[in-house]
Design a protein around this ligand. Structure first.
Ligand SMILES: [Zn+2]
Length: 129
């Protein structure tokens, strides 16, 4: 199941991303593989954020809103795309993930996103997230 979320706009983005929740077998599989969300630039559409979900029960109340740490992290990626461009984002993510590893502190995309998310959490999540 694919469902579009209509959440509070992110103040550090001029153009808001499309945010979708993917549940069902695909959401379950991605969650099992350890993914919470995924941000990808889509030609002619813009930045799309996918949140993977695996819980079919209580869907409306429990899964209609991503956890602030998930959303903030993905919105930082949307900001990276807006700042550096889709081509840089995709090629750098693929290269750094393949060469350095997803969790590397030198990953030029994941490391700053993790740091920004941790800093936001330390300060207390902003209301919009
Ligand atoms: Zn990330």
């Amino acid at each position: 199941m694919i469902r579009r979320l209509r959440l509070t706009p992110c103040p550090f983005l001029v153009r808001q991303p499309t945010e979708l929740v993917i549940s069902g077998p695909v959401g379950w599989l991605m969650r099992k593989m350890g993914w919470a969300g995924f941000t990808v630039p889509v030609p002619f559409v813009g930045t799309v954020i996918l949140y993977w979900r695996d819980e079919p029960r209580g869907y409306e109340e429990f899964w209609s809103r991503p956890h602030p740490s998930e959303r903030y992290h993905e919105l930082v990626h949307a900001q990276q795309i807006a700042k550096h461009g889709a081509l840089w984002y995709v090629t750098t993510w693929l290269y750094d993930t393949a060469v350095l590893g997803y969790n590397s502190p030198f990953h030029r995309i994941e490391s700053p996103a993790r740091e920004a998310t941790e800093a936001a959490e330390m300060q207390g999540w902003p209301e919009w997230v």
